[in-house]
Design a protein around this ligand. Structure first.
Ligand code: NAI
Length: 423
């Protein structure tokens, strides 16, 4: 599996150069992170701090890692997903920026965990996680390292769900900043970022038309809303499957059809899961799926489509495109799975647009700084990001777009703050 740009028969030098170009492009389009980076670097805010990161290894993440390093941190980076690594960026970070990166596109299960261990070998003070794998390892087989950890930051919904479960059981050993639930993260990254890049991934993988297709989106959370909205914008007929009645009402009122997966998949040309749950497309659903259906996942882990069931039902399995495997069932129906059921936007596309990650990673940098500045003062639980971070990032983004807003004057503040008659 390779990213979408033409990179066949590429030598090491070309790989390095392409990675450097991608890093430069990302840097040019990340003004908000740039602003945070300049301040942190001027203040040497992270001098001597060991930061262990497991994020999707590509150009935008590279810029976050470089920003933390520029602020004085000792940084190591692994991937949080075996299929999302951009080897050119990993090479450029290692060789031209001297940043230790432990990741390779297509790494197997054992290599994936070895790479996470290599990051942990640095005995991190701050752990930057996406999906919670570093955190999980630290709390199970590498507990000896916990004494050195001051705190962590979590990037995605699935990771936060895991952390909350740990905190509920009193198992969380250090404070973790919940970057995902900051408004300037999930409202834009999960919705607009996943919306655009999921379609980008599906289109790159399949080269199929969306207009007039029946697309089923499983989950109408932040990601699902974005995907459904963008599919409709491309002319698809969208059905949403949900388990939460309120979210289902929202989907209906947004003009989507709503139906259980079992019913919807029988007519679906494309199914996209975005729930963070497992077995969302299960064996019983696969039994009635329409011939030719494209199955893709945008949720964090590759468990939303039941691949064991799919493999068990198939009489033939064949790679039909670079990122598409066709399962032909006994009755002749063909079900096409994109990117092994992993995050389609990263495994088959280029990940979120740069400007989206500018916001998310500016928040990540601020969250790392927060952990460092509050060392020893944060309780071991999941902490929301201070609201001031949303404000800072939003204002920097508006400034970068040359968009200005109004400010309340004193009498408006008095009016909004008053409750007596006549105020
Ligand atoms: P969310 O919590 O806002 O939404 C999830 C929705 O799925 C909820 O409405 C829930 O009711 C629904 N759901 C849960 N189980 C279901 C089931 N079995 N069938 C149908 N619906 C079900 O979460 P969010 O932020 O939308 O994230 C969803 C997943 O996407 C997570 O795994 C998250 O980590 C991941 N994610 C992926 C990104 C990407 O780049 N592809 C970016 C951000 C998040």
């Amino acid at each position: 599996m390779r990213p979408v740009e033409d990179e066949g028969c590429e030598g090491h030098g070309d790989l390095l150069e392409r990675g450097a170009r991608r890093l430069e492009w990302a840097r040019d389009h990340m003004p908000v992170l740039g602003r945070v980076r300049r301040r942190l670097s001027k203040e040497g805010a992270l001098r001597g701090v060991r930061v262990g990161m497991a994020l999707h290894v590509e150009a935008k993440t590279g810029q976050l890692a470089l920003a933390l390093a520029e602020a004085g941190a000792d940084v190591r980076l692994a991937s949080c997903n075996p299929l999302s690594t951009d080897d050119s960026v990993a090479t450029a970070l290692r060789e031209s920026r001297s940043l230790p990166v432990f990741a390779r596109r297509g790494e197997g299960h054992d290599e994936y965990y070895r790479n996470l261990d290599s990051v942990l070998d640095m005995r991190p003070n701050v752990v930057v996680d996406d999906g919670g794998d570093l955190t999980q390892i630290l709390h199970t087989r590498r507990r000896d390292l916990l004494a050195d950890v001051w705190g962590g930051c979590e990037e995605t919904t699935t990771g936060v769900v895991r952390l909350r479960a740990m905190a509920r059981e009193g198992a969380l050993a250090y404070a973790v900043m919940d970057v995902n639930d900051a408004m300037m993260k999930h409202m834009f990254d999960n919705r607009y970022g996943t919306g655009q890049s999921t379609l980008d991934g599906i289109m790159a993988a399949t080269n199929l038309l969306l207009a007039g297709k029946r697309v089923v989106v499983a989950g109408y959370g932040w990601c699902g809303r974005g995907i459904a909205m963008r599919c409709r914008g491309m002319g698809a007929l969208v059905t949403v499957s949900e388990v939460d009645p309120v979210r289902a009402v929202e989907a209906l009122m947004d003009g989507m059809d709503v139906a259980p997966m079992r019913e919807a998949i029988a007519h679906a040309d494309i199914v996209v899961t975005a729930t963070g749950c497992a077995g969302v497309v299960g064996a019983e659903d696969l039994k009635v799926a329409k011939d030719g259906v494209v199955l893709a996942n945008a949720g964090h882990f590759n468990v939303e489509v039941d691949q064991a069931a799919l493999a068990g039902m198939a009489r033939e399995t064949r790679q039909v495109r670079e990122n598409v495997v066709r399962y032909t069932l006994a009755d002749g129906r063909r079900l096409d799975l994109v990117a092994e059921g992993r995050l389609v936007n990263l495994a088959a596309g280029q990940g979120h647009p740069v400007e989206i990650m500018d916001l998310s990673f500016a928040l990540q940098a601020l969250a790392v700084e927060h952990v460092v500045r509050n060392r020893g003062r944060l309780e071991p639980r999941v902490h929301p990001l201070p609201a001031a971070f949303d404000d800072e990032v939003a204002r920097a983004f508006l400034e970068a777009r040359s968009a200005r807003i109004d400010a309340l004057n004193q009498s408006q503040r008095d009016y909004l703050g008053g409750w007596r008659e006549g105020t």
